[in-house]
Design a protein around this ligand. Structure first.
Ligand SMILES: *Cc1c(COP(=O)(O)O)cnc(C)c1O
Length: 392
């Protein structure tokens, strides 16, 4: 018989130890003060009576939906949006209070969940409204109007169809909204298109008022709408990316009228240091060959954690001990390599910063977005479920 050597289980961590235990491999740190300041800055753009309705879809743009929403609850925020029912359920199970609006399509199979978890469904056109009504129980809804994005929503010019939605017995209409698709600037041709959308939406509201249809809360702006067209804020602003302290691109942020600071940092442990001799390759596909003797740090994070694989082979860098180290070789699913030849005293267990500050240096979501040919929204929202999330 073989004897198994069972080591004692580690003590269950508590309090501050818990945060330390979460920093085991790769993790996200959320800066509570930045989130609070962003809320304060964005609120300063709102007209009286208007509230922020944070968008916490896609795990709060990768930040961690429950952690972020809990903190927002503490700041007095009572209305949230998610894309899906399961995201709404996750918030409720995490103890989030207030209204949760589902922005996307919900399959009839899931209608009981809307009721059970007290979620508000978006009505995405008249036929969907009828389907939802046929469920036969009271469901709270916001009606989505398509004013030109041509994605979800009943078409603004179909005023009769929109009024028909108000005749459906089981729909409890709590709000009405539209979504702008050219609000990133307030210059032409975006401005003209945006104003056309806004006017089409207000025409719908006028028609509904004329026919005595009570539509409840009104909202049409997202982050860029608030920055470029704050005069249309109405009851809620569906604030997404800006709340997290970034905009889609660096140049947009340079034009932003309020100060926003990034909420999220991404960090990973150095697993091992590898001495590489001149001429040796590292990683898959022999994509990196050392031109001279090099020191390589193997980091415990990879593309399955949301690090864009496009940062491979020198396109990206990480920060270790406040110094930039280029990414070498191909990024793997769970690991990546960085050249630390010029950084003294790096050892296993040290921290590499993928997004965030280290000493005087900083790598931003803009850097990753530019290096991988996309926008910050995509970089952030793809950060993986395997990363622990810690509110600091
Ligand atoms: C994602 C989304 C938003 C938030 O957009 P941001 O640009 O991130 O502020 C608002 N409204 C709808 C309908 C959305 O899908």
């Amino acid at each position: 018989m073989m004897r198994t050597n069972i080591s004692p289980a580690p003590k269950r961590p508590s309090g501050t130890d818990m945060a330390a235990a979460l920093k085991d491999r790769a993790w996200i740190e959320l800066d509570r003060n930045s989130l609070r300041e962003n809320v304060r800055s964005l609120k300063s753009l709102l007209p009286p009576g208007c509230e922020l309705m944070p968008i916490v879809k896609a795990n709060a743009y990768g930040h961690g939906a429950v952690l972020i929403s809990k903190e927002l609850n503490r700041l007095g925020i009572r209305s949230f949006c998610t894309a899906t029912v399961s995201e709404g359920i996750e918030l409720r199970r995490g103890g989030i209070k207030g209204e949760i609006l589902i922005l996307g399509y919900t399959h009839p199979e899931q209608f009981p969940m809307l009721e059970k978890y007290g979620l508000i469904q978006s009505v995405i056109d008249l036929s969907y409204a009828r389907l939802l009504n046929s469920y036969g129980r009271k469901i709270r809804v916001h009606i989505k109007i398509d004013t030109g994005m041509h994605r979800l929503g009943e078409r603004a010019e179909r005023t009769e169809a929109i009024r028909d939605i108000f005749r459906l017995d089981h729909l409890v209409i709590k709000g009405i909204f539209t979504h702008l698709c050219a609000d990133e600037t307030n210059a032409e041709p975006d401005r003209g298109y945006t104003l056309k959308q806004v006017h089409a939406f207000f025409d719908v509201l006028t028609d509904l008022k004329k026919h005595g249809c009570g539509f409840g809360k009104v909202h049409l702006l997202a982050s860029y709408g608030l920055i470029n067209y704050p005069e249309y804020a109405e009851d809620y602003v569906r604030i997404g990316i800006a709340l997290y302290g970034v905009l889609s691109s660096r140049t947009d942020m340079e034009k932003c009228p309020v100060r926003l600071s990034p909420v999220l940092s991404v960090k990973a442990r150095v697993a091992v240091i590898k001495d590489l001799y001149a001429g040796e390759a590292a990683g898959y596909g022999l994509q990196y060959v050392a031109q001279s003797d090099r020191k390589i740090a193997v980091l415990s994070i990879g593309y399955a954690d949301g690090i864009p694989r496009a940062l491979s082979c020198g396109n990206g860098q990480v920060l270790i001990h406040g110094t930039a180290a280029p990414v070498v070789g191909r990024i793997c699913m769970d690991q990546m390599l960085a050249d630390i030849t010029d950084i003294p005293d790096v050892k296993s267990g040290d921290i590499a910063v993928i997004i965030g500050k280290s000493g005087q240096k900083e790598i931003t979501a803009y850097d990753l977005a530019e290096e991988s040919g996309t926008i910050t929204n995509e970089v952030l929202s793809r950060l993986g479920g395997r990363l622990n999330r810690i509110l600091c």
